[in-house]
Design a protein. Structure first.
Length: 367
């Protein structure tokens, strides 16, 4: 295991365009050996809450509305605390993805009326304006990622309509935070998904609000719509390359940062620094595998490992060989770590970098 203590000399990043490593949605306390209830108490102030439509539907309207208000207040404050935490990290770690459950039932037709009430809307706008102001003040790069049921390329028109509503819900929060004004001043990422593929995405784009259109990014997945499919959209949207998805989808290619396909992904951002996604197969799946050698996909297949299990995300950035591969992209891409242990994993990847490179120059350490 890596030592997660930081070297403060990473300030060399301030003298160049800041390169960032981030994590998604949830803060995890550094000491995960504590009892579950203790960890919940420590993590709760930075963690969004949610509820279910089933629960809301069982309540009186007054009780349900009170719960939605309370969740909005908590989640707005939690997002602010999360950004303040990230803003206190080294410059290279000032990137985080906000969760999608900020405002419960926002797009559910039985409850969406609530979010149009003037007092509720004004409070939500004020809360998230504070979040955006804090992110800009602390130089934290933000993003969001609508969930798996946002299928913009579905062949079912009803699903497409609901997916647009869900994406525009994210765009509302992005707008309140003060983003969406310029091309890719905020990243809101979805997979292609859906049987219509890239053509379906192209058909939907004119239906999006200007803010949503400025923020949308499309990511390659590990199944039907890989990197080649996403590149069909390179003139339409900014593309996010997920290198683990590509490893699975391609049957084990460790694509090079100098590959022409990666250049095309980079160019799709039109001068804005791109972001990519990184993870590795689970530790418990490859428990006997070397921590320094990159896994060989074909060897693992022949050994009986299933694709579905190899695509699942690890807890930590446990494989140093794969970490080196991911970091070979860092000159040109910010890296969103999608490991399950969140900030602990992103800090681990950064520590791996510092162990191999001079913290003042960013150059590899002499052997």
């Amino acid at each position: 295991m890596y030592d997660l203590k930081f070297t403060t000399a990473g300030d060399f990043l301030k003298s160049q365009e800041t390169k960032r490593i981030g994590f998604a949605c949830k803060y995890m306390h550094p000491d995960q050996t504590q009892k579950k209830k203790v960890l919940e108490e420590l993590q709760r102030p930075l963690t969004e809450r949610s509820t279910t439509i089933t629960w809301l539907n069982r309540q009186t309207r007054d009780v349900a509305e009170e719960r939605m208000w309370d969740i909005m207040e908590h989640n707005g404050a939690a997002a602010l605390r999360l950004i303040e935490y990230v803003g206190g990290l080294p410059d290279a770690l000032r990137m985080v993805r906000l969760g999608s459950n900020q405002l419960p039932a926002y797009t559910q037709h039985d409850w969406s009326y609530y979010w149009s009430k003037p007092d509720v809307r004004q409070r939500a706008e004020k809360l998230y304006a504070r979040v955006g102001e804090a992110a800009r003040r602390l130089d934290v790069r933000l993003s969001m990622h609508p969930g798996q049921f946002t299928v913009l390329a579905s062949d079912n028109p009803d699903i497409v309509n609901r997916s647009i509503e869900e994406f525009e819900y994210h765009a509302d929060i992005i707008r309140w935070m003060g983003y969406g004004k310029d091309w890719q001043d905020f990243k809101c990422n979805v997979h292609i998904s859906g049987r219509q593929g890239p053509a379906g995405i192209k058909a939907v784009l004119p239906r999006l609000s200007p803010e949503a259109r400025n923020c949308i990014t499309i990511e390659n997945d590990e199944n039907a719509w890989g990197l080649e499919a996403s590149l069909e959209l390179e003139k339409d949207v900014a593309l996010v390359v997920d290198i683990h998805h590509h490893w699975v989808n391609s049957g084990g290619e460790y694509i090079s940062p100098t590959d022409d396909r990666i250049k095309r992904v980079r160019d799709s951002w039109r001068g804005v620094r791109p972001a990519m996604h990184y993870s590795v197969s689970r530790e418990d799946l490859l428990v006997d595998h070397s921590t320094t050698t990159k896994p060989d996909y074909q060897v693992l297949l022949e050994a009986g490992y299933k694709k579905a299990k190899m695509r699942a995300h690890s807890n930590m950035c446990w494989n140093k060989g794969v970490n080196d591969w991911a970091l070979s992209f860092w000159d040109d891409f910010d890296i969103m770590v999608e490991a399950k242990h969140k900030n602990l994993a992103s800090e681990q990847l950064y520590q791996h970098y510092l162990m191999a490179n001079d913290p003042f120059t960013g150059m590899p350490k002499a052997a």
